[in-house]
Design a protein around this ligand. Structure first.
Ligand SMILES: NC(=O)c1ccc[n+]([C@@H]2O[C@H](COP(=O)([O-])OP(=O)(O)OC[C@H]3O[C@@H](n4cnc5c(N)ncnc54)[C@H](O)[C@@H]3O)[C@@H](O)[C@H]2O)c1
Length: 285
């Protein structure tokens, strides 16, 4: 989408971190921005900040883990701005722990927000973009944890790999429909994700207060400025770039993973069990 001026964007998790960075970058580029977030007050504050600069923005409270809530936010976006062209499924939470011992309420929380949240964004917005027939762009936020396995982060990894796979398929499915797609895979960015527990609803165990000596928060504070990520996402939308990486120095992690996968294929090529076996070949790509 080369020309973004006057286009309407909806961003989940837009009250903080990278979502807020996107809201700022998009509004500065002349877009109309609907900031969606589970935290109503910070979302309104973010919209007020942009409106105070003469930019076009509004906010809506949305819980991405609930389909009805995302559908209501889609309706509010259309009621407010008349259209929608760009959707950023960005809201997410971090849960640490091993897949086999992470408590099930945290497992469900991370899946409900990080995976179902993206699915609901597609369900609520894509039919509207298609019906409008003016083109569009969907950006879903995964992570480098959607590219490589990170020790001690099984549940989070699972959701982010799922988002990468879903968006690869989405991009292929909509190539002919004038809807472009990107998947954002950040490295470490200086946001509030380390304090995700501030938003944990009762059904998943309730709010978690940040600890005084929080090593994750300290590490995140060293990360990239989220406003730069906002600019980067805008540039990717304008240049129709699918994979959006924020830290080129991490390329070796992806190279190592690809090498290990190819080694697996080489092993299969030479193994005894598959020698001479009949194969179907071909997959819908
Ligand atoms: N910060 C990093 O280093 C990093 C790295 C890789 C990926 N990510 C991903 O980036 C995305 C944005 O996170 P961030 O780092 O900017 O963190 P952040 O905590 O600063 O922002 C996340 C926003 O999402 C909102 N949110 C949480 N649960 C929600 C829900 N159920 N419905 C709607 N909004 C909800 C929060 O209120 C917050 O405003 C997430 O998907 C995260 O997994 C972050």
């Amino acid at each position: 989408m080369k020309n973004v001026e006057g286009k309407v964007a909806f961003i989940t998790g837009g009250a903080s971190g990278m979502g807020l960075g996107m809201a700022r970058a998009f509004a500065k580029a002349g877009m109309k921005v609907m900031i969606g977030d589970i935290e109503a007050e910070p979302a309104k504050k973010a919209a007020d900040e942009l409106k105070g600069k003469g930019l076009d923005a509004a906010s809506v409270q949305v819980d991405v883990s609930k389909l009805e809530s995302v559908q209501a936010a889609a309706d509010t976006t259309i009621d407010t701005f008349g259209k929608v062209h760009v959707v950023c499924n960005n809201a997410g939470i971090a849960v640490g722990g091993y897949s086999e011992t992470c408590n099930m309420r945290n497992w469900n929380w991370v899946v409900d927000v990080n995976l179902w949240g993206v699915v609901y964004g597609l369900q609520a917005f894509v039919p509207k973009i298609l019906e409008q027939d003016e083109g569009g762009h969907v950006v879903s936020t995964a992570s480098m944890a959607g590219m490589v396995g990170l020790r001690g982060a099984g549940p989070y990894n699972a959701t982010k790999f799922a988002v990468v796979g879903m968006m690869e398929t989405f991009a292929a499915d909509h190539r002919k429909h004038n809807i472009e797609a990107s998947v954002l895979c950040p490295g470490i960015v200086a946001t509030n994700i380390g304090h995700s527990g501030r938003n944990r609803p009762e059904e998943y165990g309730g709010v978690v207060q940040p600890s005084e000596k929080d090593r994750t928060a300290e590490m995140l504070a060293q990360g990239l400025d989220p406003d730069i990520v906002g600019d980067l996402v805008l540039e990717a939308i304008q240049e129709n770039q699918f994979y959006i990486f924020t830290d080129p120095s991490l390329k070796h992690l992806i190279e190592t993973r690809c090498e290990r996968i190819i080694a697996g294929y080489d092993w299969a090529t030479n193994c005894k069990s598959l020698k001479g076996a009949k194969q179907a070949g071909g997959l819908p790509g």
